[in-house]
Design a protein around this ligand. Sequence first.
Ligand SMILES: *Cc1c(COP(=O)(O)O)cnc(C)c1O
Length: 376
Amino acid sequence: MIRFNEPPYTGKEMKNIQKAIENMHICGDGEFTKKCSEYLERTTGTAKCLLTTSCTHALEMAALLCDLKEGDEVILPSYTFVSTADAFVLRGAKAVFVDIRPDTMNIDETLIEDAITEKTKAIFVVHYAGVACEMDTIMEIADRHHLMVVEDAAQAIMCTYKGKPLGTIGDFGCYSFHETKNFSMGEGGALLIRNPEYIENAEILREKGTDRSKYFRGQVDKYRWMNLGSSYLPSDINAAYLYTQLEMAEQINEVRLARWKQYYELLSPLKEAGKIELPIIPEGCVHNGHMFYIKTKDMEERTSLIDFMKANDVLTVFHYVPLHSAPAGIKFGRFHGEDKYTTRESERLLRLPMFYQLKEEEVDYIAGKVKEFYGA
Ligand SMILES: *Cc1c(COP(=O)(O)O)cnc(C)c1O
């Protein structure tokens, strides 16, 4: 059976985990947490990166730092993971969903402005499959209306938009190191902060509302309860696992991109024949091979293909059920405008196995089976 996902593993993780244990520092902010955040700051150029317990928590921190409250509205796509909305719904803010673009499955930037009301405080964008949203337009709209921009870049580490790393363009960027993502620590994430003015508050928020980070740097002689907070820092054991992967990030990325291109080339004849659609990467976007998906004619065809692949020992999966049609989405949000593509495109999208350990021969086999299904 070819799994849909396997957690990324390089074989060298144990050495760093052992080191974390020998350091006698397995709680947060030890050697490996520092190394991971420094690596992410260096490679993205962001003002500050804080390692967190998940991307969900990084998004929650972003919602708190944006000061989102009861009655505020946040614009986002409906085609996303629940965490994008949970983050601010927890603060009492309302979700205003707008339609996606069928080419990238990202928020349609041309529909954002019409959804803005006097209650709108922020735009939460999602870079689906590591392919950038149209950030120039989005940042321009946000500037004009004084809105905060949060990038859910859970899938988009090592991706760029017109040369800029995703996660560093909006006010805050959020990465995920869940085991389904390109680099992992089991459960984990990171918050990227563009404007240094937010760093102090973010550190306080992450350390239970205290100025403990300053205390550890010797900047204050005792730490105190300063503001709202929670515990968003991961164990250094998990960070040790992640750091091993970040040290090999280029290699992991290259392997994923090679598998992605292999799928694309092998399945191109089906696309030429008009049987399926393949991902579209707009000019100016560099992705990271996070995901390979195809689009079938409709949901019925997709279900048959999933069954066919399963019968041939390959697990394929569909993705998000649009949030606006889910019970909590109805309760906490509304769809602005027409749902032209969100539902329709989500029902056609099918993800093929994609992970670091996936072999070239396996991609050959999987693509061969998809072709067989379509009689090619
Ligand atoms: C994976 C993912 C998340 C959640 O990440 P966690 O680290 O599991 O909290 C949020 N948004 C998107 C778009 C994701 O793909």
